[in-house]
Design a protein around this ligand. Structure first.
Ligand code: NAP
Length: 245
């Protein structure tokens, strides 16, 4: 049995776990950070919580006799990806880094690209009056000083203070549909969207709706990924690299 560890927390990680759990020659374990109280559990074995930095992850890889490490975390989860690269190199375990391609603007898009949530917050008041904020609950505090825009913040779990003064919280979990996103924009009279460049299909419909409505979108660029491992773009490529296609 080949033991494969997936660092997860994404749609692709769950899809990959389902595919690997169906392989009789593979033992698959998914690792979740534990940020969400009731996560959607992937197929196969699951462990929850941090490893204790790169050294702790390296110990886990060694003790659990992991054959291949797959970093399928979100493109903005910088620390765990760096730890994955460091730990895999330290214990000589092959690393596959599943990095969904960035979103790319198409004709009709009105994107304003920025490098941080703070820059996004600073731009907002010039762009609209009611913003759909889809950058995650942990970053909401960066928008606490936005006083002249009503923020409709969407997240899986309730965010913690400090809150911006004009706030509506939508507790929802993707994937999202085009029709559903049209309703959100209409119901909340959204005139500007704020998003990270997460990439992938699960949360892309909001970009299509902003385009349909001719609305500005503030897009937070991705941090640079760490060096190390073999980079792949989707689940099929991972399976190909593992010789399972
Ligand atoms: P992060 O800042 O890169 O990681 C912080 C610490 O959390 C890591 O050092 C590690 O602790 C622990 N950790 C993170 N992911 C883990 C995993 N899959 N399994 C075990 N421990 C993990 O992470 P983050 O940005 O907070 O993201 C946390 C999780 O949420 C990730 O699994 C990611 O895929 C998912 N997610 C993140 C975003 C986002 O925008 N950042 C969006 C959607 C989903 P130790 O050092 O103790 O090992």
């Amino acid at each position: 049995m080949r033991h494969i560890l997936i660092l997860g927390g994404t749609t692709e990680a769950r899809q990959l776990a389902a595919a690997l759990a169906a392989e009789p020659t593979v033992r698959v374990t998914s690792s979740l950070a534990g940020r969400v109280a009731e996560p959607r559990l992937p197929a196969g074995e699951v462990r929850v919580g941090g490893f204790g930095g790169a050294a702790g992850l390296a110990d886990w890889l060694r003790e659990q006799q992991v054959h291949t490490l797959i970093d399928a975390t979100h493109p903005f989860a910088q620390v765990i990806s760096r730890n994955a690269a460091e730990a895999a190199a330290a214990v000589h375990v092959p690393l596959l880094a599943l990095r969904r391609p960035s979103w790319v603007p198409v004709p009709g898009d009105r994107w304003h690209e920025v490098d941080s949530l703070g820059q996004a917050a600073a731009l907002l008041s010039g762009l609209g009056r009611r913003a759909l904020l889809t950058t995650g609950r942990l970053g909401l505090s960066e928008f606490a000083g936005v006083t002249d825009v009503h923020l409709v913040a969407r997240s899986v779990e309730r965010p913690d203070p400090p809150f911006p003064p004009r706030l509506t919280v939508l507790l929802e979990r993707g994937p999202f549909t085009l029709e559903g996103e049209r309703e959100v924009f209409q119901e909340h009279r959204i005139d500007v969207l704020v998003t990270k460049d997460s990439g992938g299909a699960a949360t892309a419909p909001k970009l299509a709706v902003a385009r349909e409505l001719g609305l500005p979108v503030v897009v937070v660029r991705r941090p640079a990924p760490p060096a190390g491992g073999t980079e792949v773009a989707d689940v099929a490529q991972v399976l190909g690299e593992l010789g399972l296609l």
